[in-house]
Design a protein. Sequence first.
Length: 311
Amino acid sequence: MTSTTVSAGQARLAGKAKKAKVSSFSTRHVDPAYYWMAVPAAILFGLFLYLPFVRGVLYSFTNSQGYGDYHYIGLRNYGALFQDDRVGHAYLFTIAIAIVITIFVNVIALFLAVALNSRIAFKNGFRAIFFVPYILSVLVIGYVFKYIFMAVVPAWGQALHIGWLSESMLTSDSMAWFPIVFLSVWQGVAYSTLLYLAGLQTIDQSLYEAVSLDGANAWKAFWQLTFPLIGPFFTINLVLTMKNAMNTFDQVVALTGGGPNSQTETVTYLIFNNGLTGGEFAYQTANAVVFFVVLLIIAGIQLAISKKLEK
């Protein structure tokens, strides 16, 4: 009898709580100030981001050169893109270096983050040192690296009698990609390290003490505890690093200019160079639309795989 009475009382309390919750949602008052802040921002986004994007998509179906009259030509630009060997090489090169950059950036950044999160002296100073490359202009520092790869590195190669290192990599068809990847990794590590540090600082240190009591060494603690707990941060870093690597542009401008023999042209560099100065405005606009779709597909695949690994 008592249990029946308690159950009935609990049911009544649950019903009252549910009604109170519903009524609170229905009578909730939102301060108009939030709308005054959100709506203007949405309008600005629409004017300066979405509207130009839609206009660009429309231009991709024309023969526009960026000025003057133009005519609608349908899908002709898109058909030409898939038959253009130069565009195909740019996509293959961009995806290849993006994969290499993403792997190296995340491996190095995770290693540095774990080291900087440990109990070492002057770790705040080390964090500042490793973050400095991120705040430097890629274009400016790129010219510094260009001098290093054009003069300093070949001099080292000659002094050490290393044949392939004695000539500038920037003039080699097979090695010109390396300086681009090196500069991208050198600068990209800083931001990824900061994100991994944020993730590591969310882990309760008592968990490490419990794991050490079970006899796990540092390597096992990392793979069984640290890495699973920072899974969301790893996912974010993968997506952001891949997106930034796919948009490699300043490094190419500063180091190779797309050469030698167009071997280091990335998609973004090709769109900029041929679209704005090469008279292919509508054609490269269509290329930009295709590139946007490719980025969406890659990001979706990354998120799907990362979510499965997190489970």
